[in-house]
Design a binder for this molecule. Structure first.
Ligand SMILES: Nc1ncnc2c1ncn2[C@@H]1O[C@H](COP(=O)(O)OP(=O)(O)OP(=O)(O)O)[C@@H](O)[C@H]1O
Length: 533
């Protein structure tokens, strides 16, 4: 039986366009090859004419007549010589061809001797990790060809590798953190310490890209950041990491920088934050920066476990419900916050069931900022009293719906004293200062894709929102304006952001214990008590 031919796949318009483009491109390339001498001579003639014009305009007017006469005589002589015009034309074309040649110096291709040595040494160092005796055609072998393994490379001004893409064999265990860490450690050491590197593993393509990162800007101080309500700038990061930039001022310089913006509120998937760092790493500064930003739209309750008075500048300010530094005050403040969260929830639910918008006294967000609560927990345990962290359970669990945000700052050595609800519900994470890989992993849930710098400035670290990528982070400088070591510019920057003072300056802040459960007409009631106290 004769088979019917299969129907041909019809060419669509796109194929024709692509083929047409290819034809046009190859025709243009061929034409350029053929016309190249003509193009060179034309370019040379143009250059000679330009040089002649330049010479003519540079000749003084009184000498132009004799010069013209000389030129005319030469032309006349040449015209009457046997083969004169032909020889003159050939000479002119030769001169034009000489002057019209492409003078752009051909750029050196490939690395120079020192760079080749560096690449060779990197390649040799990688051989033990990227080779196996059973491999019949190893990509990495001693004395092998590094050019086959290094897909692309770049060097900085100092001759050190600034970018390198490495092809590795498919059998390399790139899915194992330990194997990757070994390679990263080796490349970090061999490419030059003192810089930060980003490692991007393309497991599908068996390629690793190493990029040297410039330091993050450490000159940005506290200021009014252009953000929407519910957005808080944690700090600044690499341009590749985020999709937006913020205009900032640094001295007289205005520029756009990429921020790490944390969104809170009903739709946030990371409604609470945990910041962990070593001593002096800048966690208090981060909390101060957050407080100054949120006070524009929210009320803030601060609990300071360290008891060093580093939030004194905020005491008695509009919107600051209390700055609690002792256990009694912290317990009272957090108990109020737990009740307030419940009150808001109930009021909002009732309004929703009645088909009404949420009541006004539930709309202003409430922030609870706790700096080193585990210190207070230890005091409470010694005293046989309640751990202040236990009072965070309701705000952490229901805070998102009730407009209550919890931020906890702790030191690495106090991490194991953090309660389970704090660990579970703080899905926005920040790790500041020098830390081991294990410490960073404990805070961020994964290892950062960048190496640490030997010299971490204060406020430098990493941020991770939920399960998102880990960003390098530099917190804006927001020092204590009452600290004598604070520079005048930074002091003024912070003072200018403080809300107006509504309680006496020495104002031991509010005493939230005065607010009873029945008297909870919103945070304003506490603020009123603070003002009266
Ligand atoms: N982002 C920053 N930019 C500039 N300086 C900073 C930054 N963060 C902190 N600092 C400076 O580093 C020092 C320590 O900061 P901070 O008190 O915030 O650290 P900490 O983590 O709370 O430490 P500790 O708990 O030991 O007090 C301060 O002098 C502060 O001004």
């Amino acid at each position: 039986m004769a088979r019917r031919p299969l129907p041909r796949i019809t060419n669509n318009g796109n194929d024709r366009i692509v083929r047409g483009r290819e034809l046009a491109r190859s025709a243009a390339e061929n034409a350029t090859d053929v016309l190249h001498p003509l193009i060179t001579i034309t370019r040379g003639l143009r250059r000679l004419a330009a040089a002649g014009r330049h010479r003519w305009s540079g000749t003084p007017k009184d000498r132009r007549g004799p010069l013209l006469f000389l030129l005319a005589s030469i032309v006349l002589v040449v015209a009457f010589l046997p083969f004169g015009p032909l020889l003159a034309t050939i000479t002119l074309m030769a001169a034009a061809a000489w002057h019209g040649r492409d003078r752009t110096a051909s750029r050196p291709t490939g690395p120079d001797e020192a760079q080749t040595k560096r690449l060779e040494s990197l390649y040799e160092a990688l051989v033990p990790y990227f080779s196996a005796p059973e491999d019949p055609a190893p990509l990495f072998t001693h004395g092998g060809d590094w050019a086959k393994a290094f897909v692309s490379y770049a060097f900085d001004g100092t001759g050190r590798v600034s970018q390198l893409t490495i092809r590795y064999p498919a059998y390399f265990t790139d899915g194992e953190a330990a194997s990757r860490a070994r390679i990263e450690q080796l490349l970090h050491t061999k490419s030059g310490r003192g810089r930060e590197y980003r490692f991007e593993w393309d497991e599908e393509g068996n390629q690793l890209t190493v990029t040297a990162l410039p330091p993050l800007p450490a000159d940005i101080a506290a200021q009014h950041f252009v953000t929407a309500p519910g957005e808080t700038v944690l700090g600044f990061t690499d341009p590749a990491g985020v999709q937006r930039t913020l205009p900032v001022t640094s001295g007289t310089d205005r520029r756009d920088v990429p921020p790490v913006v944390w969104r809170t509120g009903v739709r946030s998937t990371e409604p609470h934050l945990l910041a962990v760092g070593g001593p002096g790493s800048g966690t208090t500064t981060l909390l101060r920066s957050i407080a100054l930003q949120t006070l524009r739209h929210s009320d803030v309750l601060i609990v300071e476990g360290g008891g060093t008075g580093e939030y004194a500048c905020l005491a008695g300010r509009a919107g600051v419900l209390a700055v609690e530094c002792d256990l009694t005050g912290a317990l009272a403040g957090l108990e109020w916050a737990a009740h307030e969260t419940e009150r808001r929830l109930i009021a909002m639910n009732r309004a929703r069931q009645a088909g009404q918008p949420p009541p006004d006294d539930t709309r202003r967000p409430l922030w609870l900022l706790l700096d080193r609560p585990t210190v207070l927990g230890q005091l409470a345990a010694a005293d046989g009293r309640r751990d202040p962290q236990s009072l965070l359970q309701v705000p952490l669990r229901h805070g998102r719906a009730a407009g209550v945000t919890v931020v906890v700052a702790e030191q690495f050595d106090g991490m194991e004293c953090l309660s389970d609800p704090v660990r579970q519900h703080t899905r926005a994470r920040v790790a500041l200062g020098t830390a081991s890989a294990a410490q960073l992993e404990a805070v961020l849930g994964t290892r950062p894709p960048t190496t640490a710098t030997a010299d971490m400035p204060p406020g430098r670290g990493y941020a991770r929102l939920g399960t998102g990528p880990v960003h390098r982070l530099q917190v804006p400088a927001t020092p204590d304006p009452y600290d004598e070591a604070t520079s005048e510019a930074h002091r003024q920057a912070v003072l200018s952001l403080l809300p107006e003072r509504i309680a006496p300056a020495d104002g031991e802040p509010s005493d939230v214990t005065d607010v009873t459960a029945e008297d909870r007409a919103g945070p304003d009631a506490v603020a009123k008590v603070a003002a009266e106290g």
